[in-house]
Design a protein around this ligand. Sequence first.
Ligand SMILES: *[C@@H]1O[C@H](CO)[C@@H](O)[C@H](O)[C@H]1NC(C)=O
Ligand SMILES: *[C@@H]1O[C@H](CO)[C@@H](O)[C@H](O)[C@H]1NC(C)=O
Ligand SMILES: *[C@@H]1O[C@H](CO)[C@@H](O)[C@H](O)[C@H]1NC(C)=O
Ligand SMILES: *[C@@H]1O[C@H](CO)[C@@H](O)[C@H](O)[C@H]1NC(C)=O
Ligand SMILES: *[C@@H]1O[C@H](CO)[C@@H](O)[C@H](O)[C@H]1NC(C)=O
Ligand SMILES: *[C@@H]1O[C@H](CO)[C@@H](O)[C@H](O)[C@H]1NC(C)=O
Length: 693
Amino acid sequence: MTKLTFFTFIVLATSISFIFLETPPKSFYHTLFISDSFSDNSSIANHLYTLTKRPHVAGSQANADAAAYVLSIFTSCNIPSHLTSYDVALTYPVSRSLTLKSSEKTIKFGLFQEIYDGDPYAEVANEVLPTFHAYARSGTATGPVVYANYGRVEDYATLREMGVNVSNTVVLARYGKIYRGDIVHNAHAVGAIGVLIFTDKKDYGGEKWFPDDKWMPPSGVQVGSVYDGIGDPTTPGWPSTGECERLSDEEVDEGGNVPLIPSLPISWADGDAIIRTIGGKVANVDWQGGKDSPIYRVGPGPAIANLSYEGQQVISTIQNVIAVIEGEEEPDRFVILGNHRDAWTFGAVDPNSGTASLLEIAQRLEKLQKRGWRPRRTIILCNWDAEEYGLIGSTEWVEENREMLAARVVAYLNVDCAVQAGDFRASATPQLDELIILASQQVQDPDNSSQTIYQSWLASGNDTTVKLGRLGGSGSDYAAFVQHIGAPAVDMSFGQGYPIYHSMYDDFVWMKKFGDPMFHRHVAAASIWGLVALRLADDEVLPFNYLSYAYELQKSAEHLEAEISDKGISLVPLYASIEKLRKAATRIKNDIKALKAKRSRASMRELNDRLIMTERAFTDRDGLSSRTWYKHLIYAPAKHDDYGSKSFPGISDAIENAKSLNSSDSWHSVQHEVWRVARAITQASLVLSGRLT
Ligand SMILES: *[C@@H]1O[C@H](CO)[C@@H](O)[C@H](O)[C@H]1NC(C)=O
Ligand SMILES: *[C@@H]1O[C@H](CO)[C@@H](O)[C@H](O)[C@H]1NC(C)=O
Ligand SMILES: *[C@@H]1O[C@H](CO)[C@@H](O)[C@H](O)[C@H]1NC(C)=O
Ligand SMILES: *[C@@H]1O[C@H](CO)[C@@H](O)[C@H](O)[C@H]1NC(C)=O
Ligand SMILES: *[C@@H]1O[C@H](CO)[C@@H](O)[C@H](O)[C@H]1NC(C)=O
Ligand SMILES: *[C@@H]1O[C@H](CO)[C@@H](O)[C@H](O)[C@H]1NC(C)=O
């Protein structure tokens, strides 16, 4: 060792101990985390480019390669990381055909998406799966076509009023209002034998289209899953590990979550060609297409469609990538960030805009660690697989680790499509509202450096406060965390919905041209996602506010009251339980103040546990009466739309049943469900107040 380096060593050691003595407050690191010097839009762009070079559907080698890439980035950030694999039932298309026979002609549809001149991905386009619906029933359906608008329950009521009999027909519905699995399910319920779902130009198109504009090209097809459940259909409620128990095909059918009639997704060009052959009554004004469309009629027929689909179910290996930064003081409390990796095609928006942001977070956390930061609680970064098929990777992991997670998760923070071109939006369990709003006031708006995300978020609505959604739907990987184990959670993105969704055109070119040309939105997504995580990981007292929960419950109860005012159902127990929660939420605020004055560490932990475990108390071991996997009595998907979010789903299910039966027993069970919810909210208020009766 030369004198010089020895001297350098002394200086270094001195400055390190100096830094050690002067450890900055956690908030110093949080500010650093969102600073320009920590952000790197070109590195995010690089991650996205690398992840989306090839189509990478769940179960493919390309997606295993993408997992290896994510793992290598986590590892290069010095974060201990591993793969967690499951063997799950996925389906792939084997053959498809669609013909339409009218008196004049027979049309045979090609069912492929066109490659445009100069497409840099032309060479790998053949790796995109043929357009199909995952878990669609194999079979052939031949029958006259009925146009059913968006395929909702109310659309079939309209058809019935128009005197249209849907039985034994092939339904043509358009995408856009409800989950596609429910479109197929609703059609089957009224006797249809097959379903075609098209992308209407009115909803996804424009005068020009990709690559000249952001809109869906005429041949573009939205593929996707039509499975109505969550997790591997052959292992409901338990993990798909190794040689585990599996349901038979018959048992899966009996579960009621897989479609029983065949379906195909089609382009707007093909949908338009079919519409032109449908006769019968003219459809209502709000069922019509956009400018330049033909007049939409409801049918049936006279043209006869012949839809044929054959799929193959394969037990495939999927891989979650899990990275764990252990907490310094409370390693057994977990703050979990999650995003999925698998994509129907290239996945530039869905989901790898989120994956690129997650990798950026890992890199910024490494920079913080180099400056001496350690999280108080454990931070876990999760990159899920097979989300597109039915939230499978996240659900299997939650099912496998259920008891440990139920005891230790502080919150789950989901970002699926981080950047879809549009304003910031967030949906959350209500105790997180305040924290999300605070974080949005600290991060710069990516489209206007003179304001914060909060300001543009506020301006995008028409109220004096920002609007937060709730997490009852099952649109992404938060579902198992919220609805199965009762973890506080948030789901965030810039924009909601984009025209080339689940088509072959969701690639890096689209993102660079239309989604986020400078990758500033990706940077902002990483900033707000990471900042929320840092507050939850580092704050001594968890930044949860249950007064917003009580407020939301009160609003939902009033909404419910208006819906069933004349049915003789008493909501007195519900209102009383909400009042108890409100009181407990006020009391814990006072407890926090008192504790802060005394600084008693043991009690701080007890107080935080109350804040965490209150959300768990909204779950019930037995689950919803007709959908027992769903344990949360406040938030679950709407029964006829998996994307729709319902408050008090058990009460809603019972009301729907009672409305159709109109028996005193059926109305009595509505009252029973009201009592169940009231008891859960009462349990939550006891946990929050931390006092035995
Ligand atoms: C609808 O058509 C089917 C035959 O396709 C028939 O069995 C059924 O009775 C019809 N329903 C009504 C309400 O007309
Ligand atoms: C429908 O199409 C399938 C597959 O091309 C074919 O096997 C079948 O014969 C067709 N059915 C009718 C009634 O045309
Ligand atoms: C940017 O934000 C500032 C401050 O809110 C506002 O006055 C201005 O109009 C915004 N600019 C654009 C282009 O939206
Ligand atoms: C504006 O407010 C009205 C009434 O509250 C609401 O129906 C509408 O959806 C709001 N629009 C937006 C863009 O938030
Ligand atoms: C990153 O942002 C800067 C401007 O802040 C821009 O010049 C650059 O092109 C961006 N990089 C990428 C890859 O978009
Ligand atoms: C439901 O039943 C009640 C009492 O039996 C009756 O008054 C009411 O008209 C019924 N409602 C409907 C929609 O059938």
